[in-house]
Design a protein around this ligand. Structure first.
Ligand code: ADP
Ligand code: MG
Length: 344
């Protein structure tokens, strides 16, 4: 059982970026306004995430690291309206199986903190009282050491993984207005450097200026588009429930990348759906194509967020429609040989 869990855990947490992202999400879910990420040796020796959130209740100390244990979802119908980043209860249980995990937490209703040490199966190994402000610190040591091949790959690609992690963290900084997120890294030589720092401003635009410098918001194109009910009803035949005024909203900031950035589309582009950072290859392709018509040598800075209102009830969730759709276009517009079965 132990090794099956370890293998599955390796699929939940694939990279350094996922590990850090999961911990930061938990902090934000706990209502933190300050989140501090501290790494040693780019995260390979230690990842330590501290927050000033609600803390963990004593009754959850044991369950915290159990598979599918979550305090965020009461029943299955909540899934549609879920407002937190987490709801599957997989992250801590997986991280426990992949590293040495400690938690120090003080719940808002108690006077003293507790330090919990877990084993790889998610059991509490030791427990002691410590002084702490309200909030939680989760510490991971030797990430992936239980998966030797992954561990070796991780060490080999450390710098690359680190760069990816910084990008992911910056996405969280941008979209989570009102939350200050910092990340520092300490290497063997002893110096600790700050790699991510957001002041938790009230708007995404201020966050952009703060994180990437004021130049990045110069000549910024800011836009906001709402799709109102009537327009959507006519266009898509979708009726919205009472009180709904729009189906979706796209908000964005696009500007020329600062000097030295923007050579790759991955440099400074961020996409969000319902405030969740995501990869949206179709959308990013579209944005870059349009931008390239004007500026062929550079990719733009992009922070684009889409808010989709709750429209789930409009669809029939238990059935797929009948479809027979045939598209005819010029032969030279199609590459049939993308995959051997010619289906892509
Ligand atoms: P999920 O986020 O999907 O609920 P996790 O495995 O990430 O699952 O976390 C398990 C549970 O541990 C959460 O539901 C929450 O109750 C608790 N928890 C984790 N991190 C924190 C934190 N930083 N502050 C408060 N509670 C936390
Ligand atoms: Mg979580």
């Amino acid at each position: 059982r132990g090794s099956v869990h370890r293998i599955c855990s390796g699929q939940v947490v694939l990279t350094l970026a996922t590990a850090v992202k999961e911990l930061v999400e938990n902090s934000i879910d706990a209502g933190a306004t300050i989140v501090e990420v501290k790494l040693r040796e780019y995260g390979s020796e230690m990842i330590d995430v501290s927050d000033n959130g609600l803390g963990v209740e004593e009754k959850n100390f044991e369950g915290l690291t159990l598979k599918h244990h979550t305090s965020k979802l009461e029943d299955f119908s909540d899934l549609i309206n879920v407002e937190t980043f987490g709801f599957r209860g997989e992250a801590l249980s997986s991280l426990c199986a992949l590293s040495v995990m400690n938690v120090v937490t003080r719940h808002k209703d108690v006077e003293v903190g507790t330090k919990l040490e877990y084993d790889n199966h998610g059991k509490v190994n030791s427990r002691s009282s410590v002084a702490r402000q309200i909030g939680t610190t989760v510490t991971l040591q030797n990430l992936f050491y239980t998966l030797p091949v992954r561990h070796k790959e991780f060490q080999r690609n450390l710098k690359k993984e680190f760069v990816k992690m910084v990008h992911v963290l910056n996405a969280y900084c941008l979209i989570n207005t009102g939350v200050r997120i910092t990340c520092t890294n300490q290497t063997g030589k002893g110096n600790r450097t700050t790699v991510v720092s957001s002041k938790g401003n009230q708007t995404v635009k201020e966050n952009i200026s703060n994180i990437f410098g004021p130049k990045q918001v110069q000549s910024i194109l800011e836009f906001k588009q709402h799709k109102p009910t009537e327009e959507v009803s006519t266009e898509y035949g979708i009726k919205l429930t009472d009180g709904q005024t729009e189906l979706f909203k796209i908000e964005g900031h696009i500007s020329k990348c600062e000097h030295g950035q923007g050579r790759s589309s991955a440099d400074r582009q961020f996409y969000f759906i319902n405030k969740r950072p995501c990869d949206h290859s179709k959308l990013s392709k579209l944005v870059n194509e349009v931008y390239h018509q004007y500026n062929r040598h550079q990719y733009p800075f992009v922070a684009l967020s889409i808010t989709i209102q709750k429209v789930y009830d409009q669809y029939n969730r238990h059935q797929y429609p009948f479809v027979a759709l045939s598209i005819t276009i010029q032969k030279e517009s199609v590459d049939v040989n993308v995959t051997p079965d010619k289906r892509q």
